[in-house]
Design a protein around this ligand. Structure first.
Ligand code: SF4
Ligand code: SF4
Ligand code: SF4
Length: 244
């Protein structure tokens, strides 16, 4: 029998599931290896036991906690799919911004009846066995993880920072242009995508293991900045440890 796989979404834009669908040919090849029994973007399934549950989105209400716990009970391996699920992602802003301020920046106007919710990553509520970081995820990284899970392995995420991939790509450092970058403390694996595209790293893949805080502090100081000056930038995708 093929391994049973389900995709679930909570508070999110569903962009990570779309990344999976956009794999097109590779997604179809994937369907030969597994049986996808639930995928709300394309189908609704029955509540059968699962080998792997890919869960997208942050948890932002007691009802979502309950639903997540039921998914956890049904699956052998639970994977946090994307930044919203892994670190709270852009939903981390719910801890620091007024809901109407967020509504105005998203929709250009206030939204009636919007409530303050505090979104958290999956790991605050259930055991997470594996993660695909990023906003959105990298389709190749998703495929690599799935292939590993199918042979009973959980691959390690890169334990080094985006700076390593940035330097390997010989990109000019944004700090030299006076632009703050979170690359020194952010987990690699995106091949420094944003810097290669002329932007800076905003930390969507979450903190690297054991971030080297002191050298980063020094870089900031050299450019007349403190950690407090860049906290707002950090909070776009990440919750501080005392909230996650
Ligand atoms: S991580 Fe980004 S792309 Fe994925 S669901 Fe969250 S907001 Fe959307
Ligand atoms: S700080 Fe940013 S731009 Fe500079 S090397 Fe690191 S990742 Fe690249
Ligand atoms: S460069 Fe930073 S913000 Fe951009 S994809 Fe990589 S981790 Fe995310």
């Amino acid at each position: 029998m093929k391994p049973r796989v389900g995709f679930f979404d909570f508070t999110s834009c569903e962009g990570c599931q779309l990344t999976v669908l956009n794999l097109e040919e590779e997604f179809l090849e994937l369907l030969e290896l597994v049986e996808v029994v639930e995928f709300r973007e394309v189908m609704a399934g029955d509540a059968v036991p699962l080998d792997i549950a890919f869960v997208e989105g942050s948890i932002a209400s007691p009802a979502e906690v309950q639903r997540l716990e039921r998914i956890r009970e049904r699956c052998r391996t639970l994977v946090a799919l994307g930044a919203c699920a892994d670190t709270a992602g852009v939903n981390a802003l719910s801890h620091f911004c007024d809901p109407q301020e967020l509504a105005r920046s998203a929709f250009g106007r206030p939204v009636e009846g919007i409530e303050k919710t505090l979104a958290r990553p999956l790991s605050c509520f259930v055991t997470v066995d594996a993660r695909v970081p990023g906003c959105p995820i990298d389709g190749r990284e998703f495929l690599g993880l799935l292939q590993s899970l199918l042979v009973g392995r959980v691959p390690e995420l890169p334990g080094y920072s985006v700076c390593v991939e940035c330097k390997l790509g010989e990109h000019p450092c944004t700090f030299e242009k006076g632009t703050v970058c979170l690359g020194p403390v952010t987990r690699a694996g995106c091949r420094a995508l944003c810097i290669a595209g002329g932007d800076r790293c905003r930390g969507c893949r979450g903190l690297v293991d054991n971030p080297r805080a002191q050298p980063y502090r020094q870089i900031l100081e050299e450019h007349g900045l403190t950690v407090n000056d860049i906290l707002a930038e950090f909070r776009i995708f990440n919750l501080p440890p005392d909230r996650s």
